[in-house]
Ligand binder design. Structure first.
Ligand SMILES: *[C@@H]1O[C@H](CO)[C@@H](O)[C@H](O)[C@H]1NC(C)=O
Ligand SMILES: *[C@@H]1O[C@H](CO)[C@@H](O)[C@H](O)[C@H]1NC(C)=O
Ligand SMILES: *[C@@H]1O[C@H](CO)[C@@H](O)[C@H](O)[C@H]1NC(C)=O
Ligand SMILES: *[C@@H]1O[C@H](CO)[C@@H](O)[C@H](O)[C@H]1NC(C)=O
Ligand SMILES: *[C@@H]1O[C@H](CO)[C@@H](O)[C@H](O)[C@H]1NC(C)=O
Length: 545
């Protein structure tokens, strides 16, 4: 928490330099990277074969045109004049020849390096492959001399030569990325700069666009649905930072690998595409199934990803443990909507158009390519576990804006018990925290107007949850549960994603339907978490009028 302010000051200082705004990467980058399939063990013959397959399978023609090195290509010593070297075992013909081979196929060549003393490896940092710290200008020039069109820049050994992966460095990593950005600029070649600091210091807010064309916003993906959900939760507060020339990088694709069903891979790919993440295939293309290949070749989803507006889908609605609803605008005025079946079983999922602000629209099913004609009200589908509905909506009729009457959590008329306490975020914002947790803190908001008839109402919650984690091995990774009860009725559990990485960023308008309101102004809403885990800190609650 405290180090946030340190980064804040350093970021402010760093912003006096100029962005890497060189007119390239206006849409997310697409290509192939070995890491999820080959870890740090890819060798020249494999890079060449996968590059050839990008062409032969028709993937490069659809935009996957970058072939990226990842860990394991490097040497362990520079030359006597300090030049970067490659591993003669991994790359026997040398990097310039490999770059030439890739360019000869009409593809682009991406180098991988690291802003630390050594590069990452998959064996706990024992390989001591060269990193670029202190050699940025020389390395940038070397990479460009080798024909690099793109640089993925990792973050191992960034603190010291003996600290392989440090998830809480005490200094601002912006310095490492600004130095390499400026070194790339100084070469005079427009090189795509892909920053990979694993989302540790909230690079979307540096803002990342001042430093590179994309920024990893999370720890590494692994081949499981839990990893996909961890990264989706982590994206919630930063979707607004994506735009032409600078994108949230949700990490390499797992499409084609063995850890997820094809339905899960489809949701993963559709979400990454619509969130405007770079799309790097990271599977062995010589073994890819036809279903995974056709998913990667979905022209509708690729078109959404490459849309010139460059805006990400944003979080709209979570029906806890049932479905997630996200949507965002496209350059032609249409809207892309992604609705994910959160249940681990086949389920009937209903998409309410009102959750994306519409009463009716013309719909195209982006997974099948079929036009659904005009749809109104809602659309129901039976979806396999973790499957999705993905629609492009045009000619939409908007619903009237929702209106709410708001109740401040910190109002003196409310009841705070079992250790629940107010917390001043700053001079103008006070929240109520310590809800749930070991002491089962409870907030009861009183005096809520149920209107003339009571009943069910849409409730809007503004909250703070910075319980951010790098790990998937925690329940509810990057989210917290709150349990809401109207007039002491049965509590409704709602899963609330992080609002930011620090305890001063509010998520506004989390919506949930609650029933049990009475007419008149004597209603209460109680918020807690009886499981012993904490609920988010609450700023205010709005009740629909
Ligand atoms: C090569 O690198 C290794 C590992 O960093 C180091 O121990 C060794 O001294 C280096 N050799 C030379 C000749 O620089
Ligand atoms: C360093 O030496 C390599 C040969 O080992 C040469 O190709 C390169 O131009 C040299 N670089 C500099 C900066 O002198
Ligand atoms: C989904 O709805 C259809 C039609 O109402 C029904 O036939 C089917 O059994 C439902 N499937 C599930 C998994 O609930
Ligand atoms: C949602 O599902 C999770 C995981 O299965 C479970 O721990 C939790 O109790 C469920 N929450 C609600 C509110 O249903
Ligand atoms: C207080 O924090 C809120 C929520 O992040 C923010 O919108 C507001 O600008 C802050 N106000 C001041 C005075 O810092």
């Amino acid at each position: 928490m405290h180090s946030f302010w340190v980064w804040g000051l350093l970021v402010a200082a760093a912003r006096t330099s100029y962005a890497l705004d060189n007119g390239i990467a206006r849409t997310p980058s697409m290509g192939w990277n070995p890491y999820n399939a080959f870890s740090c063990n890819a060798v020249q013959s494999q890079y060449e074969a996968q590059a050839q397959l990008l062409v032969d399978l028709g993937l490069s023609a659809l935009g996957y045109d970058i072939v990226s090195l990842d860990c394991g290509w490097q040497g362990t010593n520079r030359t006597s004049n300090g030049t970067f070297t490659w591993s003669a075992t991994a790359i026997p013909n040398g990097i310039p020849a490999l770059s030439g081979f890739i360019h000869g196929l009409g593809l682009k060549f991406a180098v991988y390096s690291d802003g630390g003393y050594f590069s990452c490896d998959a064996s706990g940092g024992t390989k001591h492959w060269i990193g670029s710290l202190g050699f940025e200008a020389q390395d940038a020039q070397t990479f460009v001399n080798w024909g690099a069109d793109y640089l993925k820049y990792d973050n191992c050994y960034s603190v010291s030569p003996t600290d392989f992966v440090d998830y809480s460095p005490s200094f601002s990593l912006t310095t490492h990325y600004a130095t390499m950005r400026d070194a790339l600029k100084a070469t005079g070649k427009a090189v795509v700069f892909s920053m990979c600091e694993w989302g540790l210091q909230d690079p979307a807010r540096w803002p990342g666009t001042d430093f590179g064309h994309s920024w990893r916003m999370s720890n590494d993906i692994a081949d499981s649905w839990a990893d996909v959900l961890r990264i989706i939760n982590e994206l919630v507060p930063i979707t607004g930072f994506a735009g032409p020339g600078g994108f949230n990088d949700m990490d390499l694709l797992e499409v084609g690998n063995s850890g997820m069903t094809i339905d899960e891979q489809t949701s993963h790919f559709a979400f990454w595409a619509a969130a405007k993440s770079p799309l790097f295939i990271s599977t062995d293309l010589s073994k890819i199934s036809s279903s995974a290949l056709s998913l990667l070749k979905n022209k509708g989803l690729i078109a959404v990803n490459q849309d010139s507006l460059g805006k990400s889908i944003g979080f709209r609605r979570r029906y806890t443990n049932i479905s997630d609803v996200w949507s965002g605008p496209l350059s032609d005025g249409s809207t892309v909507a992604v609705v994910i079946n959160l249940a681990g079983t086949t389920s009937n999922v209903t998409f309410k158009l009102s959750d994306v602000g519409f009463s009716s629209a013309h719909a195209v099913d982006l997974l099948s390519g079929a036009s659904l004609g005009m749809i109104s009200g809602s659309l129901s589908r039976t979806l396999n576990a973790h499957g999705s509905i993905v629609l492009q909506l045009s000619n939409a009729v908007s619903t009237p804006a929702l209106t709410f009457k708001f109740y401040s959590a910190a109002a003196s008329t409310n009841i705070l018990s079992n250790g629940a306490a107010t917390r001043a975020v700053n001079s103008s914002v006070t929240v109520v925290g310590e809800l749930g947790g070991p002491s089962r803190g409870v907030l009861t908001i009183t005096g809520i107007d149920g209107g003339s008839s009571g009943g069910s109402k849409l409730v809007s919650i503004d909250y703070i949850n910075a319980d951010w984690t790098q790990s998937t091995n925690v329940p509810c990774a990057n989210c917290r549960f709150a349990f809401l009860s109207v007039n002491g009725g049965a509590p409704v559990g709602v899963q609330m994603p992080i609002s930011g990485m620090t305890w001063d960023i509010v998520l506004t308008g989390y919506l949930v339907e609650l029933s049990g309101f009475k007419s008149g102004t004597s209603n209460t809403i109680t918020i807690s978490n009886p499981t012993g885990q904490f609920a988010p800190d609450i700023l205010r609650v709005g009740v629909q009028v």
